[in-house]
Design a protein around this ligand. Structure first.
Ligand code: UFG
Length: 325
């Protein structure tokens, strides 16, 4: 049985489906503060906050847990700048409880980390040994939890893999789950909401970055490819153990303007944009060097075209608008 914390969230819900399809039994632990009950489409859902240490220990004692995938946590960079306390309180306390339990019971951990650990990159594409210098409380919590895993590994032999996602995007190709944050801050869902007429226009948050067209460049990776990497990481830990980190991205960037253009082509809709000021803390360019995940895990993204990524998100958003999700 695999324990998935935050399995009712965006990447978590896709990973739960991928685990079930690979034959794993799953128990999802989620406090449903951000996750959606209806997004848990496989396994069993236990509504619990990871800060409830006793509840968590009792839960693990009652199941035979062979692996933990830890997604739960607050995940908005901008919000973490204005409300750092919630981020340190939620992400660190929850992570410490779960990792403490994992170390004690010898259960390997796959941790949902982020490109936010790198801060403003000195080189692009970014390799895993690039210095870690997060510029937001959100990124800091990810870096600290990676470090906790490293220290617990040294002290007790806990096996762990931290997966540093670049920009997760897209939806389950069968349309069972997709990306829905409230409030939505991510580019692709915002552009698709504009295509659906749910927003008047899309703000381009800065057009004076030192990039080819002046807008930020990001490495968009399909959520289903991310989900598969978690399963490969579990299998890798079972065989090899140790403490590892891997970038997950395509190793190729697209600017904000390019994303809007691809969304116009995929949806066939007119999408209005307005150039506005930069958002605090947005690095100009974040593109991964994903070679290590390929070599160590045998991970090979299958959806490598931005229009395919957007098309899967578009199918899900349209269905959502019609009340089908
Ligand atoms: N953007 C806009 N308009 C919007 C929303 C976003 O122009 O309405 C731009 C942003 O400025 C950024 C790009 O679109 O340049 C992508 O923004 P997202 O909010 O979709 O994603 P981020 O790159 O900010 O965030 C991602 C991950 C985080 C991670 C962060 C690291 O979602 O988990 O990268 O900086 F922490």
């Amino acid at each position: 049985m695999i324990l998935v914390s935050g399995g009712a969230g965006y990447i978590g819900s896709h990973t739960v489906l991928a685990l079930a399809e690979a034959g794993y039994r799953v128990v999802v632990v989620d406090n449903l503060s951000l996750g959606r009950r209806e997004a848990v489409r496989a396994g069993r859902l236990v509504e619990m906050d990871l800060r409830d240490k006793e509840g968590l220990f009792a839960l693990v004692a009652s199941f035979s847990i062979e692996g933990i995938i830890h997604f739960a946590g607050l995940s908005q960079v901008g919000q973490s700048m204005s409300d750092p306390q919630s981020y340190y309180e939620n992400n660190l306390k929850g992570g410490l409880n779960l990792f403490g339990l994992a170390a004690e019971a010898g259960i390997p951990v796959v941790f949902s980390s982020s490109a936010a650990v790198y801060g403003l990159p000195r080189q692009v594409p970014i390799p895993e040994d690039h210095p870690l210098n997060p510029i937001s409380p959100y990124g800091y919590t990810k870096m600290v939890l990676e470090r906790v895993l490293e220290d617990y590994g040294r002290a007790s032999g806990l096996g762990s893999v931290s997966l540093r996602y670049f920009n997760a995007a897209g939806a389950d190709p069968e349309g069972r789950v997709g990306e829905a944050h409230d409030p939505e801050t991510h580019l692709i869902p915002i552009v698709l909401q504009a295509a659906l007429g749910q927003r008047e226009k899309v703000a381009i948050l800065g057009s004076d970055f030192p990039t080819p067209d002046g807008t930020c460049v990001r490495d968009y990776i399909h959520v289903q490819d991310l989900a598969k990497a978690h399963i490969l990481a579990l299998e890798f830990l079972r065989e090899k153990g140790g403490c590892h980190c891997f970038n997950l991205g395509l190793g190729r960037g697209h600017s904000v303007r390019e994303v809007v253009e691809v969304c116009r082509l995929v949806t066939g809709q007119r999408i209005r944009v307005q150039e506005t000021d930069r958002r605090e803390g947005d690095p100009p360019e974040l593109v991964s060097d994903p070679a290590r995940a390929g070599e160590a895990l045998g991970w090979k993204p299958e959806i490598t075209d931005l229009s395919e990524i957007v098309a899967s998100a578009w199918a899900w958003h349209r269905k959502d608008k019609e009340g089908g999700n």
